[in-house]
Design a binder for this molecule. Structure first.
Ligand SMILES: Cc1cc2nc3c(=O)[nH]c(=O)nc-3n(C[C@H](O)[C@H](O)[C@H](O)COP(=O)(O)OP(=O)(O)OC[C@H]3O[C@@H](n4cnc5c(N)ncnc54)[C@H](O)[C@@H]3O)c2cc1C
Ligand code: SF4
Length: 392
């Protein structure tokens, strides 16, 4: 769509954003960042024209700064930004992404000598990549095992209009050091403990949340999980109506993708009220811009398939003593869908850290955000390092 927001700021917009920063001495933007990135610092450097230093300030704590800049939600640095009290927050993520897009250069990085220990990282999503980045700096040799054919994990499900895959590859190219890292794509690890028998001193398991939540309704086999839909939306291209069950950020991506993929009518069914939807202002704008039809306080009851397509029977919800309950005699049937997609959450298998194996990212903390997954990967790397280095 022509009015889709641009990914990066132009020169004038970047200057305007930089000049809106109030140079706050207490730097609330940094405190609010899960990886402790310091917008105050990189904005100061950029204002003085020192872009190399601005790049260094961003990448010091965030190895995936450009990817983060494009998709970080507004609930961290922007929510804490003092400028909000005057008008609206400095668009810190966009400033960050723009600086890295325009001014980051491949330079020779001086690494400490190898410490003779090998670490396996399972999963090349943000948590695994951040852990690898941290462990390289500590002198380890890293092997990253990734079940999929490409790096990026769940980031690859984000539509290209928000996050082109080459941005993930670009961040990775600054982490990847062929002398220290071996990347094994298309390699699923079924038992992380067995890696210790292969000579690894420790393992970071950053496997994400591979299982989609189940609705437990008749006809669920006709519903597409969001993972399948977003991995190959062109396969499901249709002009016919599409239904999306769910009201979070992933459901928004499904709905907007279906609309951009030609569907004349995309209906979103949301269990709670519109105000309960856990989406950012930007995501709400995207829904409105794409004219997605949102039906709140609605739960699916049954899906059926016949020669006219898929039909979805729903029930209306209401609050009884603050508890969400189905309203009696409120069932409605919607017909004629080409496709019904569910985006109602995901989960990981149970996992527990041990002395040599640390879990990180969404598989440990539940579905979160890229910057939280990066923070978790970094922290797991340091915990593992503490244990392994005590034996060096
Ligand atoms: C559609 C969608 C939109 C999103 N939008 C945003 C957003 O706008 N902003 C935001 O901050 N966050 C967003 N997120 C969330 C963000 O992508 C995740 O929080 C983040 O990717 C989690 O990182 P992770 O490394 O823990 O796991 P993942 O990214 O899930 O990566 C796990 C990796 O491990 C691999 N793996 C799993 N098991 C094995 C195994 N046994 N052997 C080898 N490899 C294995 C998987 O193939 C995968 O590549 C979105 C997520 C989705 C699905
Ligand atoms: S909180 Fe906002 S205004 Fe203050 S230093 Fe950070 S970016 Fe600038």
């Amino acid at each position: 769509m022509s009015d889709t927001p641009k990914l990066y700021l132009n020169k004038a917009q970047l200057n305007a954003e930089l000049n809106r920063c109030l140079n706050c001495k207490n730097q609330p933007c940094m405190t609010a960042c899960p990886v402790n990135c310091n917008p105050h610092e990189f904005i100061r450097h950029a204002l003085e024209g020192n872009f190399d230093q601005a790049v260094e300030a961003i990448t010091r704590t965030n190895p995936m700064g450009q990817t983060c800049g494009l998709i970080c939600p507004d609930k961290f640095c922007m929510a804490a930004c003092t400028r909000r009290r005057i008008d609206f927050a400095v668009n810190i993520p966009k400033v960050q992404a723009t600086i890295l897009e325009n001014y980051r250069k491949q330079t020779e990085v001086r690494l400490p000598p190898e410490n003779g220990k090998r670490i396996a990282v399972v999963g090349a999503g943000p948590a695994g990549m951040a852990a690898a980045a941290e462990l390289i700096k500590l002198g380890y040799l890293i092997t990253v095992y990734e079940a999929a054919a490409q790096i990026g994990g769940a980031l690859n499900l984000i539509p290209d209009s928000r996050l082109p895959h080459d941005v993930i590859e670009k961040d990775w190219s600054f982490i990847f050091n062929p002398e220290r890292v071996t990347l094994r794509l298309n390699t699923r690890i079924d038992n992380v403990e067995k890696l210790l028998e292969k000579g690894f001193s420790g393992v970071i398991a950053a496997e994400g949340e591979p299982h989609c939540a189940v609705l437990n309704i008749p006809g669920e086999e006709h519903i597409l999980p969001y993972t399948e839909y977003l991995a190959a939306p062109e396969k499901y291209r249709t002009e016919k109506p599409v239904a999306v069950i769910g009201g979070g950020a992933v459901a928004v991506d499904c709905a907007v993708t279906a609309k951009n993929n030609g569907s004349a009518q995309v209906k979103m069914f949301v269990r709670r009220q519109l105000s309960d939807m856990r989406i950012t202002r930007g995501e709400l704008d995207e829904l409105l811009r794409s004219r997605i039809d949102i039906t709140p306080m609605t739960s699916p009851v049954e899906v059926r398939k016949d020669n006219r397509g898929l039909s979805l029977r729903t029930v209306h919800n209401c609050f009884i003593n603050d508890k969400l309950s189905p309203l009696p005699d409120s069932q409605t049937t919607y017909t004629g869908f080409a496709c019904i997609i569910k985006a109602v959450g995901s989960f990981a298998d149970k996992n527990v850290d041990s002395e040599q194996i640390f879990y990180a990212g969404d598989c440990k903390h539940g579905g979160s955000t890229i910057v939280e997954a990066i923070a978790s990967g970094r922290s797991a790397a340091h915990m593992l390092h503490r244990n392994v280095s005590s034996k060096i």
